[in-house]
Design a protein around this ligand. Structure first.
Ligand code: FES
Ligand code: FES
Length: 215
């Protein structure tokens, strides 16, 4: 059986080995950095944004949000967290909402993308935009483009029979209730707390004749 002295030596040995490995890593790190490629990997991608075709050559690490904002100068879609947690960057791809900050632009070859700029214009607001104005569904407005894109897609989801976490019957069509809207819009955060007015705005659009997604 090992005596206390052996154990002490073993502990020292472990400490020495750990220190040596840290030192080796510290020396090796600059070498690894020096080997990183000088140029980013580029790729071409073509997609349609708000009905307009676009062909871009991008660093493959570019998110769809950065492609829209920095390359196409469509700054309506906002960057809040850049980590998929706030919904400020919500856009629609083929009618389905996504967080543009979590999606690489090069993954969208041939896609049909709709941003807030494609929903309506100051002269001809989309019904959801008009309802947000009518019901004061915003305060600072930073989250609003994402909220509106999400809301339009939510009505499309309900119309298509896609259930949510709070749908009581997964086989029956969902109806537009406050609980459904709150659950489905829960990925869109509003720091100003305009939630009740946002729900009122969406409810009004849902109850209007020929309601639904007009993306
Ligand atoms: Fe995309 Fe926050 S910026 S979810
Ligand atoms: Fe300010 Fe929503 S209106 S964050």
């Amino acid at each position: 059986m090992a005596d206390a002295g052996d154990l002490e030596l073993s502990r020292r040995g472990v400490l020495v080995a750990s220190a040596a490995s840290v030192a080796v890593s510290a020396v090796a790190a600059p070498k690894a950095q020096a080997q990183a490629p000088d140029k980013p990997s580029m790729a071409k991608v073509s997609f349609e944004v708000n009905g307009e075709p676009h062909a871009l050559e991008l660093d493959t690490r570019t998110t769809l949000l950065d492609a829209l904002r920095e390359h196409l100068h469509l700054t309506g879609s906002k960057k809040g967290c850049d980590h998929g947690q706030c919904g400020a960057c919500t856009v629609m791809v083929g009618g389905r909402r996504i967080n543009a900050c979590l999606s690489l632009a090069v993954m969208h070859e041939g896609d049909r993308i709709t941003t807030i700029e494609g929903l309506g214009s100051p002269e001809h607001l989309h019904p959801m935009q008009a309802a947000f104005v009518k019901h004061d569904g915003y305060q600072c407005g930073y989250c609003t483009p994402g909220q509106i894109c999400s809301a339009v897609a939510v009505l499309g989801e309900i119309e298509a029979g896609v259930p949510s976490y709070v749908s009581a019957d997964l086989t029956a069509p969902s109806t537009v209730t406050v609980d459904e809207l709150r659950e489905r819009m829960s990925g869109n955060i509003c720091r100003c707390g305009a939630y009740s007015n946002i729900v009122e705005a969406i409810t009004e659009v849902a109850q209007a004749p020929a309601a639904g997604a007009q993306a």
